[in-house]
Design a protein around this ligand. Sequence first.
Ligand SMILES: [Zn+2]
Length: 85
Amino acid sequence: MTPRCRELLKRCSAYLEGDLEKACCAEMEQHLKECARCRAMLVEVKWTIEACRHAAPSEVPPEVSAAMRTRLREEREAIKATQPG
Ligand SMILES: [Zn+2]
């Protein structure tokens, strides 16, 4: 995992919610083109968020939202483990 990957993972949630500056998105998308690991991770998270968005709240299986939260938490823990502080 490169520093670029860690930076991307940190911004993953905001990126998927469309909260980032356009320049940041372009930068991230460029990295995604070059990095299969981040691409695979983002696709998985994005798919889950999209599924939650388009389904009525009652239609989202609890295990799906739980799996998404677990996934994001694991990624955050992985980032923390590689960075002091
Ligand atoms: Zn990467």
